[in-house]
Ligand binder design. Structure first.
Ligand code: AP5
Length: 225
């Protein structure tokens, strides 16, 4: 990542599983043209293609554990290096450990860039369990739905591409509870790291999608400091 990236927007969607990171990121990508980098989607694609990374990641994802940093860090480093012609990056599900956050800072600092917003969707566990157990995702384009709050026009079919809507393998009650515990034990501590940098925007993740989006959107519209 050789060239100057001082003006590039680097936004992180942060929060527990099911907080709405992917849902809000879809809207920001559509409105601002940022590249949506979901490490969960990248891993699920690798699992589907049965690549060496996918085979290793699956062991962890099925249990709701974090995939080790030595697998995750090169994936994101490559993404930053490959994608040069975008107005910004929208990270969703990354970083999840202090080592991942430090690597991102280090790679960005080599080009004068920096993280400019961390959007923290603060969402209680009871809301999360309801959301994740009702989530459906398009297996072709990845668009996110919910059986109660975000229904497609035709049952089981994606409004955008007509693809099949499926339930994620890690959205079973047992795995959801473990993902929440892993978030509390290994990921939530990064909030302090971001708070210390003065770049954190806390949003009530339990609000309806459009209400949370209005707050996020207004904040993202502000110029990079
Ligand atoms: P990942 O895919 O990142 O999953 P996650 O963090 O658990 O987050 P989710 O995708 O489940 O939730 P979300 O916050 O995006 O919610 P969504 O918008 O879909 O990671 C999966 C696994 O991969 C991890 O467990 C780990 O193993 C591995 N992994 C990934 N990144 C890694 C990393 N960096 N390091 C190590 N391991 C990594 O919304 C959920 C549902 O709620 C939807 O149905 C939606 O329609 C609905 N909804 C959303 N917002 C609202 C709202 N405001 N009101 C009502 N309904 C809503």
């Amino acid at each position: 990542m050789g060239e100057d990236r001082r003006d590039m927007r680097i936004i992180i969607m942060f929060g527990p599983p099911g907080a709405g990171k992917g849902t809000q990121a879809e809207r920001l990508q559509e409105e601002f043209g940022f590249l949506h980098v979901s490490t969960g989607d990248i891993l699920r694609e690798a699992v589907e293609r049965k690549t060496p990374v996918g085979l290793k990641a699956k062991e962890y994802m099925d249990k709701g554990e974090l995939v080790p940093d030595d697998v995750m860090i090169p994936i994101v480093r490559n993404k930053l290096e490959e994608c040069k012609d975008v107005p910004g990056f929208l990270f969703d599900g990354f970083p999840r450990t202090i080592a991942q956050a430090e690597m991102l800072d280090e790679v960005l600092s080599q080009t004068g860039g920096s993280i400019d917003r961390v959007i923290y969707l603060n969402t209680p566990s009871d809301v999360i369990v309801k959301r994740l157990s009702g989530r459906r995702t398009c297996e072709s384009c990845g668009k996110i739905y919910h059986v109660v709050t975000m229904r497609p026009e035709i049952e089981g079919r994606c409004d955008e591409c007509g693809g099949n809507l499926v339930q994620r393998e890690d959205d079973t009650e047992k795995t959801i509870l473990n993902r929440l515990q892993v978030y509390e034990e290994q990921t939530a501590a990064i909030l302090e790291y971001f708070k210390g940098k003065g770049i954190l925007l806390e949003v009530d993740g339990a609000l309806p999608v459009e209400e949370s989006y209005e707050t996020i959107r207004a904040n993202v519209m502000q110029e990079k400091a």
